[in-house]
Design a protein around this ligand. Sequence first.
Ligand code: OXD
Ligand code: MN
Length: 601
Amino acid sequence: MKNLAPAIFPPKGIGDAKPSNKAVLDWVHEIATLAQPENIFWCDGSERENEFLIAESLKQNVLIELNEKKVPRSYLHRSSPNDVARVEQFTFVCTPTKQEAGPTNNWADPAETYAKLRELLRGAMRGRTMFVIPYMMGPADSPLTKVGFEITDSKYVVLSLRIMTRMGEIALKRLGNDPSAEWNRGVHSLLDVNPERRFICHFPQDNTIISVGSGYGGNVLLSKKCLALRIGSYLARKQNWMAEHMLILGVESPEGRKHYVAAAFPSACGKTNFAMLIPPEHFKGWKVTTIGDDIAWMQIRNGRLYAVNPENGYFGVVPGTSYKSNPNAMRSIAHDTIYTNVALTDDGDLWWEGKDGEPPAHAIDWRGNDWTPQSVEKAAHPNSRFTTPMCNNPALDPDVEKGEGVPISAIIFGGRRSDTVPLVYQAFDWNHGVYLGATMASETTAAAAGAVGRVRRDPMAMLPFCGYNIGDYFQHWLDIGKQLTNPPLIFNVNWFRKSSEEKFLWHGFGENMRVLKWIIDRCEGTGGALNSPIGWLPGPHDLDLAELDIDHIAVDQLLGLDHEEWEKEIAAHKEFFDSLGGVVPEELLKRREQLAAGFDL
Ligand code: OXD
Ligand code: MN
């Protein structure tokens, strides 16, 4: 086997932050006995440790040095070309019964899967260093906060987790010494990065994740999709809270009135852009701030939903990011950032499709090959990523560390739809909002391996991330609604509707502020709307479109309902619910019938 991650031997005082909790030590001992690493490196997340690991990563070509003047303290990583996205077909939820995993997850028997993974892990870290990473998800003083440990043989994982989570001492302190405390066990090994030995397995009943054969962030930063969403959603149902694939943003009016909004969009549909939106000139005095760009953990307080961002950084899609599309992201990734699979210019800077300015005359593409603007290959992989700490974000919300979270006024669902779905509409009530979420769909993107551009149902943007039966998940949403005396209003948006000439009808990006403003107006009871079979739609004068280059034909097309398209859409809802094999709650089936009746179907 090619040695992908040779052992490193740290000087004294580095790599020796051994935790004291006996349950953790026993588990590390068990994995070390199995994987037989050359040595164990106990991570503490300190600056000194980080510098040491960066230096070692540069020596071993895990990281590539960049021009310190152009992108200070930032590095480029190239993954194996066979390992550039999440692998949903090799992602498993290993609940004791198949029924618990439900119709949308790949299920595998826990005992058999543990046995298979043990064989794959046996001796897998020979000649390598085994890193033990303590980390915490959520603000230090939040009741929602969870502790996890990730064992890995990848330095890239250690360096990335230090950005994406609150790592080290803070997590050990939160866990304490009680061997029965709740914490997540995560084991990751690169093995030989072979797609045939790539499995991302979740054991929710044991709060355990085992991921082998990949180095791609979404498969191996176990804090994120694996813990914060798949295991998180399972725990959330048991413990009466919500773990959702949602950004959280704050929006403040010139008069200082502030609302928080959570929004669920499938992967690579612009969550990071929306979370960092800069209002256009016309909205002078309005301010948008970011709590999180990917995951929301929400709990009920005084009849309202309050959200925290469990993460500490952003793992965002690079191509298309520019000062035009997302200035706050560009400022965030200008320093202290790890880039994966973008192109390297001859002067040690980075290039990707959609970056500001002219492409360089020559670069090294994401695979390590020569690239020129004439090349047919892309310079950066479409799913190339940045990993950057949230403190880099100039629009970071001041309440991001608030343990109780921020009160959510509105929940937005959205997908990438060329047709059918209007720019924005509002659900009639909470349960109808759950229906909107349950039936949302999107054209697939490069964030997951597989065909791009195919419409697939992606309920609440959680299809790849719900760690249990999707029918129970819908019911959990309905049950949460029953406990809310002041529930968020629920909306659906679609920035991606196209004209018959296949042109985007909506400007998107900063101009989405116009839609956000209507949503806020609705929350404050001031915005106008028209009743329609699908929900409350803004009339053409309810949206503030002043100083926007858009004609009334485009506005009509953006807000219009096409009877034939909706007939197909409602049939697709039925087909989707039917495909779930009887797990969909009665309430949602009833809502579908009401929707169909609204179109005389
Ligand atoms: C992500 C994803 O990386 O959703 O956030 O795939
Ligand atoms: Mn995501």
